[in-house]
Design a protein around this ligand. Structure first.
Ligand code: TMP
Length: 212
């Protein structure tokens, strides 16, 4: 019998309404159906402290200083990694996470103009080299994504930021995927959910050696 694959950390990234949640659910089901334990989680959030910060950042009334906002994202992320993600991986549980550090680079740096050097410093302190094993970047035209997101719920603080902001975020995710070809794959999320799922499983087979 082949030795069991080590548990892996998979992140899903992309703009609003790209279909990350649907894909995360399908991937979790697929991993479970081949007998692998799996945890689905999200950012900001995924642990008690990080969920409390999520409420402040997404639905609070504070207009954060850009560096402070990035620090809060990384504070939430460090809690999430320490309390949820690492313990799961150590226990042999695969982790699928809706957003991770790439989102801070896309939203706070490309979107809000924060210097990428700040992102690198915060990532060094908060993550100490910890990174996803594979990242699926979902790319969707802005109109499609916003229509999907707004059909789902009232807009949160980030969804209200406007077309130009979200254009920069989309460009950011495409650049991040291009800059990290071993970790990231860019998927056309304007396709059907079935086609996106097929692209995702092909990418995970290539990168992690898992057949779903
Ligand atoms: P979502 O759960 O709908 O993806 O919402 C999370 C929002 O938070 C989304 O608009 C992106 C934003 N966000 C950042 O700005 N920076 C980050 O680091 C993360 C994780 C999310």
């Amino acid at each position: 019998m082949a030795p069991p694959l080590p548990a892996r950390f998979i992140t899903l990234e992309g703009g609003e309404g790209a279909g990350k949640t649907t894909l995360a659910r399908r991937l979790a089901d697929a991993l479970a159906s081949v007998g692998l334990p799996v945890l689905r989680t999200r950012e900001p959030g995924g642990s008690p402290g990080a969920e409390a910060l999520r409420g402040l950042m997404l639905h609070g009334r504070v207009a954060w200083d850009p560096v402070a906002e990035a620090m809060l994202m990384f504070a939430a992320r460090r809690e999430h990694v320490a309390r949820t993600i690492r313990p799961a991986l150590d226990a042999g549980i695969w982790v699928i996470c809706d957003r991770f550090a790439d989102s801070t680079l896309a939203y706070q740096c490309y979107g809000h103009g924060l210097d990428a050097a700040v992102w690198h410093k915060l990532a060094d302190v908060a993550l100490e080299g910890f990174a996803p094993d594979a990242t699926l970047v979902l790319d969707v035209p802005l109109e499609t994504g916003m229509a999907r997101a707004l059909a789902r719920a009232l807009p949160d603080r980030f969804e209200r930021l406007g077309h130009e902001f979200h254009g920069r975020v989309r460009d950011a995710f495409r650049a991040i995927a291009a800059d990290n070809p071993r970790r990231c794959v860019l998927l056309d999320a304007g396709q059907t959910p079935e086609a996106v799922f097929a692209g995702a499983t092909a990418a995970l087979r290539d990168r992690l050696g898992i057949t779903l």
